[in-house]
Design a protein around this ligand. Structure first.
Ligand code: FSX
Ligand code: SF4
Ligand code: F3S
Length: 374
């Protein structure tokens, strides 16, 4: 399918290429691979996809569909043949059930099963039923004929809010039920639409699954902590922390660690591939990260609780050392290394030793101690 036909002809080649380039960069592939990714996105063979909903809020679908222009959803929906999606399909009742069963039958071993939501297991799964079947039955049936399963969102990945203690319905993620199929987890509550789009693009381009971490997440999207790329990180390293919501330190963009930011323990790419076209993510609008991609953090740790930092990782880039006399001193490479080492040692290391969890900033050097007006 040519790009002109994608999005009903409403998207320019420029926007299409931009989206493919962004997805290529996200996958950690060289820039030159963007053309191969674009070719895969336009291939006429569209893999059948069945999308099931269980215990959830539908925020995962919403975040995909409410993305702005050019929408990852438009591209995704044109690359696949979405045979069944309860909140998107026009049909309902028996008609919808029929399309589900027809697609499963006609595409045995070929379709991708996308699951949104957790699966309750207590009392044979009676706490979630669709079309007279429990989520447990529907999942087992649909997964049996799937080529691969994508768990979209933290609920489908690990149980999410439903599985939070005391987990009254015995909710679990897909990996607890389906043991004999490749499963990719795209956690986040909701996840970045780009992570789903890039995973599907990877699959279409290379005809294989991306490399996964021990929690089943694509490493290209969940391989680094958000703390490593956060724009507030220089404030963390300098010991400047927001004291309270609405306080001048908060408005100035200081680090949110002391308000409970889970960024140092959260593996995700939100700080790099931001949400929506306006380029925002939770921390950029003043809310601490709540660790929504992590099974042990989301709804398991209070928003205000601070995470322990076991392995401080230096910020991934530091401004070069400002040499007063040109031609003297260290080379740019050396200054970069020095900056990194100094940042790691003086910043994260010293912060750990001296300010975490709750020390005052008054022992910081004067120039680092700018206090905004209240
Ligand atoms: Fe869960 Fe998705 Fe959170 Fe909601 O459906 S990951 S509750 S945003 O939307 O599954
Ligand atoms: Fe950013 Fe949070 Fe890390 Fe502070 S603790 S630098 S706000 S990710
Ligand atoms: Fe979730 Fe934290 Fe990103 S709360 S959306 S992982 S910034």
């Amino acid at each position: 399918m040519a790009y002109e036909q994608l999005f009903g002809g409403g998207v320019s080649r420029r926007d299409f290429i931009k989206t493919c380039v962004a997805a290529t960069a996200m996958m950690g592939l060289p820039f030159g691979m963007a053309s191969r990714v674009a070719e895969a996105a336009q291939a006429p063979d569209r893999p059948p996809v069945i999308w099931l909903h269980f215990q959830e809020c539908t925020g995962c679908s919403e975040s995909l569909l409410r993305a702005n222009h050019p929408t990852p959803a438009s591209l995704l929906l044109e690359m696949i043949s979405l045979d069944y999606h309860e909140t998107l399909m026009a049909g309902s009742g028996h008609q919808a059930e029929k399309s589900l069963h027809d697609s499963i039958k006609a595409n045995q071993g070929k379709y991708i099963l996308i699951v949104e939501g957790a699966i309750p297991t207590k009392e044979n799964g009676i706490y979630c039923k669709v079309g007279g079947k429990t989520a447990l039955e529907s999942l087992r049936h649909a997964a049996a004929g799937a080529a691969a399963v994508i768990s979209v969102g933290t609920c489908a990945s690990y149980g999410g809010i439903q599985a939070a203690p005391p987990n009254p319905t015995g909710a679990v993620g897909v990996r607890e039920i389906v043991k004999d199929k490749p499963i990719i987890n795209i956690p986040g509550c909701p996840p970045s639409p780009y992570n789903l789009l890039s995973t599907v693009l990877y699959y279409l381009t290379f005809k294989k699954l991306p490399e996964l971490d021990q929690l089943g997440r694509p490493k290209f999207a969940y391989g680094r902590r958000i703390h490593e790329h956060c724009e507030r990180r220089p404030h963390f390293d300098a010991g400047r922390f927001a004291k309270a919501y609405g306080h001048a330190t908060h408005a100035e963009g200081y680090c949110l660690y002391k308000l409970g930011c889970k960024g140092p323990a959260t593996y995700a790419n939100c700080s790099v591939q931001r949400f929506n076209d306006v380029g925002v993510w939770p921390v950029s609008v003043g809310h601490p990260c709540i660790g929504c991609t992590e099974p042990d953090l989301l709804f398991r740790t209070a928003i205000a609780d601070k995470v322990q930092i076991h392995e401080p990782t230096p910020f991934d880039s530091y401004a070069p050392v400002d040499l007063k006399e040109k031609g003297k001193g260290a080379s740019p490479v050396t200054t970069g290394v020095l900056g990194l080492a100094a940042g790691a040692a003086l910043g994260a290391g010293a912060m750990l030793a001296r300010t975490l969890p709750d020390a005052d900033r008054n022992d910081r050097p004067q120039e680092e101690h700018h206090e905004p007006k209240e």
